[in-house]
Design a protein around this ligand. Structure first.
Ligand SMILES: [Zn+2]
Length: 92
């Protein structure tokens, strides 16, 4: 499965290789295994750990034509206020 995707996350392209060995890419179920998704290649996609978790949480999905979709509910509602924390270390 990883060779089909050339060891790259289908979302961000992270190759997950360290010294030529795969250390990051994961096989993710497009249709979740817990919802009857199979382990067949047509139901698998290569993702990095972060995108695998986001897929499993429903933040994004994969359409029938294999396009990545983003859940409207996962988009930020409004810009955040400035952080109350200073970016200065305070060490002189
Ligand atoms: Zn990724």
């Amino acid at each position: 499965m990883f060779t089909v995707f050339e060891y790259r996350c289908a979302f961000c392209g992270f190759d997950g290789l360290l010294g030529g060995r795969p250390v990051g890419p994961e096989a993710a179920h497009v249709r979740l295994w817990s919802y009857g998704g199979s382990d067949q290649l047509d139901n698998l996609i290569c993702l990095c750990t972060i995108h695998h978790k986001l897929l499993d949480k429903g933040v994004f999905g994969v359409s029938d034509d294999r396009r990545i979709t983003v859940s409207a509910g996962s988009l930020p509602a409004a810009p955040r206020a400035a952080s109350p924390y200073s970016t200065s270390s305070g060490i002189t």
